[in-house]
Design a protein around this ligand. Structure first.
Ligand SMILES: [Zn+2]
Length: 405
């Protein structure tokens, strides 16, 4: 089933009615327009229960009636769909060089998409926290001015994020033990909606699982390239978080103990070969003399232009990076046996030159019977922000419904 994400909270599901409301909501999202009789037939709930649940969801303005259509026995029946107007869910992605904010309505339709340059690499944690809070505040103000109620705000961070919303370690932001969720909650004046902080690759995987080209694939890995490299792992339709919530930190998978020095202090990590700083260093050797890069967007454009023009240094650097990514993908495939590995972030942008080497390496290392394949994300950049917004919608479908208005 599309949209179950491992975020369901069993404690929330003890209330049978809440569970059933969520069942109806999820059914309408995936089958709209549909009638009450369709819902009853497909969910196994009886017709009177469905009518009562639908009345409740109409009152909460989560559903609306779209008109009449003939049902199976030819009688006119009111058709139901999700109500798009009253609500908004927000995802905010913190990158090493950018902030992206995305808001969607209940149907997943994009309401806004903003990108701002952000000195994550050069600024202090306090200033970064203030910048994130300020952008979140502007997005909330814009949406509430439209009369929308905020369902949730999810912040995606490239690093280790605890279940309590603290950032244990985000090396490329210079953050360690930063209590981001409490700080945002305070800065946004303790709002009624949920604020969640999560790892960016986890959220990118949720975005792929909910609305990517392989939406609904139960075993899926999103491998996200950027200054940091992370993987979001979906197994049996659920996000794999691990014991402390730190699963998927594949950027520091050591591929060659004699390889280049990594920022983590070890040698030959995936990131030291195929993270953006490494790709820029190898594809654009002249930038090293210019000092540290803090905004990678222009460098990424230069690499793309050079590679498209057939520049030998750039294409060789990308092909070598692709081989290392392929090495990491084959390790992940051995451990998790995914149906598909989706390359996202900078890996998607650079995929015309990375993917052939990735595929060759994966093929060379595949064990007999391995079926997974590597594809490129078709989602826009900022998929972690989109995944953050999707998480807020998923929480709704796991029973965290807004009160009737
Ligand atoms: Zn490392």
């Amino acid at each position: 089933m599309i949209g179950t994400s491992g975020t369901a909270q069993p404690a929330d599901l003890t209330d049978v009615r809440t569970t059933n409301l969520a069942v109806v909501l999820r059914y309408v999202r995936t089958h709209a327009p549909c009638s009450r009789a369709d819902i009853a037939a497909s969910t196994g709930l009886n017709k009177a229960t469905v009518s009562s649940l639908v009345a409740d969801l109409l009152e909460r303005r989560l559903l609306r009636e779209t008109g009449m259509a003939e049902n199976r026995i030819g009688r006119p029946a009111a058709m139901l769909t999700l109500e798009s107007r009253p609500y908004a869910a927000i995802g905010l992605e913190v990158g090493a060089d950018h902030l992206v904010a995305i808001a969607v309505d209940l149907t997943g339709e994009r309401l806004l998409s903003w990108r701002r340059a952000f000195p994550g690499l050069g600024g202090t944690a306090g200033r970064a926290e203030a910048a994130v809070a300020a952008l979140a505040g502007r997005v909330v103000a814009k949406l509430t001015a439209q009369g929308r109620q905020i369902l949730g705000l999810t912040v995606a961070v490239p690093g280790l994020v605890t279940a309590a919303g603290g950032v244990r370690f985000a090396p490329y932001l210079g953050w360690s033990d930063l209590d981001l969720k409490p700080a945002l909650t305070k800065a946004l004046r303790r709002p009624e909606y949920d604020i969640v902080v999560d790892n960016d690759a986890n959220l990118a995987a949720l975005a792929e699982h909910r609305s990517g080209a392989y939406a609904g694939t139960p075993d899926l890995i999103a491998l996200i390239g950027g200054v940091c490299i992370g993987a979001g792992l979906i197994a049996d339709g659920r996000l794999v978080r691990g014991g402390q919530g730190f699963a998927g930190q594949v950027g520091h998978l050591q591929l060659d103990p004699a390889g280049p020095l990594c920022r983590c202090g070890r040698r030959g990590c995936l990131e030291a070969f195929a993270g953006l700083p490494a790709l820029v260093r190898n594809a654009l050797p002249d930038t090293v003399a210019d000092g540290p890069v803090t905004d990678f967007a222009p460098e990424l454009e230069r690499i793309t232009a050079l590679a498209a023009a057939g520049d030998e240094v750039a294409t060789r650097a990308l092909s070598e990076g692709g081989s290392r990514i392929g090495q990491a993908v084959s390790v992940l495939a051995d451990v998790l046996d995914p149906h598909v590995v989706v390359l996202g972030g900078a890996f998607a942008t650079l995929s015309p030159w990375l993917l052939p080497a990735v595929e060759a390496e994966v093929k060379a290392r595949a064990v007999p019977g391995e079926a997974g394949h590597v594809v490129v994300s078709t989602l826009d950049p900022g998929s972690a922000a989109a995944g953050g917004a999707a998480l807020a919608l998923d929480r709704l479908e796991s029973g965290r419904l807004p009160a009737p208005v």
